[in-house]
Design a protein around this ligand. Structure first.
Ligand SMILES: C[S@@+](CC[C@H](N)C(=O)[O-])C[C@H]1O[C@@H](n2cnc3c(N)ncnc32)[C@H](O)[C@@H]1O
Length: 277
């Protein structure tokens, strides 16, 4: 079949942007470039792969799982159904963390990403900050497998720990970062998320807060004298997470920060670090 025939087929079955994106991904070109090759014959193997991907999309799979990759902070990450698809909001957590690390730390630092999933947070920090010793931790062996491959692909050195949050962790860290599961048990979420992404990566118990509690209850044992803690939170969880922090780290200097849409989305703890005003 030609590029044009495949595009017509694709557009019959899914959104035209997706049809173009999937074909250009298979052919290794930019979607716009397809227009230059409309009459080009595509071999049977690639044509069949395209049709299979269109079918997977029609069946309700997120496009990132169909292609097996996604973009995060300008880097390409492998994803599959064992890991959450990294979100745009999380890029803002990473961006702010990079800013604070540059402000508060000069020397090499130890960083741990709790619930690393694909490894997007920790690996991006390692790419951007260079001088870090990175540990990626997850309770899921399958997720750690994906994060291991992403670290290899991005040429980032990391240690990997399979653990229920801090339970198998011995060391202390300069930076502790986490985007834990935080959706409430009975919260309505989009079908495409509920039906495809791992529930272990989504739900944070009855009130969505159980993993903040789990992390904070043990955090003192894993913070170096100077330590930055960074959490992604759900848009309505700012006050609750603040209260949990005060319960386990009374008097801690805490900042709840909004995302670009003006919703509470990040919480930072500045432990023996001068607060950024
Ligand atoms: C919301 S996802 C975040 C994934 C990735 N950090 C990101 O931002 O795209 C939460 C991750 O926490 C992991 N997780 C769930 N329960 C955990 C636990 N008790 N201990 C460690 N990791 C856990 C899940 O497997 C999942 O990879």
């Amino acid at each position: 079949m030609t590029v044009e025939e495949l595009l017509i087929y694709g557009k019959k079955h899914c959104h035209s942007d997706h049809a173009k994106f999937l074909l250009s991904d298979i052919l290794g070109c930019n979607p716009l470039e397809l227009l230059n090759y409309l009459n080009k014959e595509i071999n049977e193997e690639k044509s069949n792969l395209y049709k299979a991907e269109i079918k997977a999309l029609e069946e309700g799979n997120p496009i990132q799982y169909v292609t097996g990759k996604t973009n995060f902070y300008g880097y390409q990450f492998l994803v599959n159904k064992d890991v959450l698809i990294p979100r745009f909001e999380t890029e803002q957590l990473v961006e702010k963390t990079i800013e604070y690390v540059n402000k508060y730390f000069d020397d090499k630092i130890d960083v741990i990403d709790l619930g690393c999933g694909s490894g997007a947070i920790g690996i991006t920090l390692a790419k951007k900050l260079k001088n870090i010793d990175l540990t990626l931790l997850d309770i899921s062996k399958q997720a750690l497998n994906v994060s291991y491959r992403n670290a290899l692909y991005q040429e980032v050195d990391a240690s990997f720990i399979e653990s229920d949050m801090f339970s198998n962790v011995k060391k202390k860290y300069d930076v502790i970062i986490s985007n834990p599961p935080y959706i409430k048990e009975d919260e309505e979420i989009e079908d495409i998320v509920k039906n495809n992404e791992p529930s272990i990566a989504l739900y944070g118990g009855k009130d969505g807060l159980c993993f903040y509690d789990k992390i904070l209850k043990d955090i003192k044992d894993h913070m170096k004298t100077k330590c930055l803690v960074a959490f992604e939170i759900g848009a309505t969880q700012g006050q609750d997470v603040y209260n949990l922090i005060q319960k386990y780290l009374p008097g801690a200097i805490v900042e709840v920060k909004k995302d670009l849409a003006g919703r509470d989305r990040m919480v930072f703890i500045f432990h023996n670090l001068e607060k950024n005003i």
